[in-house]
Design a protein around this ligand. Structure first.
Ligand SMILES: [Fe+2]
Length: 229
């Protein structure tokens, strides 16, 4: 692990509160929120078991990428991505070098189906895998004008100590069954797997235009509870 990452994870962070609620725009356009914690009570155990038991087979498939090899310089340990779904404007993403040239695998992860049953139109989904002691250096992900900051979801599938740390907030608690909407474009963040086992998370993006009212309300209520007080 490089010094930058080690310092980031050992430092005490000051914490963060929003200065004033800015709920005059749709939640997905808000850039003042590092993340929103949604308790959707998802059952992720079967997906995790499936990924653990079939790891070698799954992560050697065509849609699997060793992301460290894809990036131009080593700013992480080896970590792997298994693309499940890609309905985004792949051309735009590739133009910005945001995603490697991968076609989704035929692998089915039940949690994706559950999100779709809630009415989410999933544009992109992949499973990220990090080995024990794995790490990603503090960074911000590339900003694309057309992509709203809070349509990105991050779902822990493994039971973890917190692994995602955001400046200046600190560690995001990674509760099983929860969905975290996460603004990875504006907030510097870093990942460290401090567990003795492989860590799987499901990440992706959903369409904001077709978001069901029930989900929108759920997110707005979570934001009220967590930030706008
Ligand atoms: Fe990131």
């Amino acid at each position: 692990m490089n010094k930058y990452t080690r310092d980031f994870h050992s430092a005490e962070f000051p914490g963060y509160r929003v200065s004033a609620p800015t709920n005059d725009k749709p939640f997905w356009q808000r850039r003042d929120l590092p993340f929103v914690d949604l308790d959707l009570n998802l059952s992720v155990d079967a997906d995790r078991q499936y990924l653990e038991e079939n790891y070698h087979e799954l992560f050697s498939e065509a849609g699997s990428v060793n992301v460290r090899e894809w990036y131009e310089f080593p700013h992480s340990s080896e970590w792997k991505k298994l693309v499940l779904k890609n309905n985004t404007s792949a051309v735009e993403l590739n133009k910005h070098k945001l995603v490697p040239e991968t076609r989704p695998t035929a692998v089915q992860i039940n949690t994706v189906n559950v999100l779709e049953q809630l009415g989410l139109d999933i544009l992109y989904a992949s499973v990220l895998c990090l080995e024990p002691n794995g790490w990603l250096q503090p960074h911000r992900d590339q900003k694309i004008n057309a992509v709203p900051p809070l349509n990105y979801f991050w779902i822990p599938l493994s039971q973890n100590l917190p692994s995602l740390k955001i400046w200046p907030y600190g560690y995001v608690e990674s509760k099983p069954g929860h969905v975290y909407l996460f603004n990875n474009q504006d907030w510097i963040h870093s990942i460290r797997n401090q567990q003795a086992h492989r860590r799987f998370v499901l990440i992706g993006r959903f369409a904001v235009e077709s978001l069901p009212k029930t989900v929108k309300t759920l997110v707005e209520e979570a934001i009220q509870d967590q930030w706008d007080q």
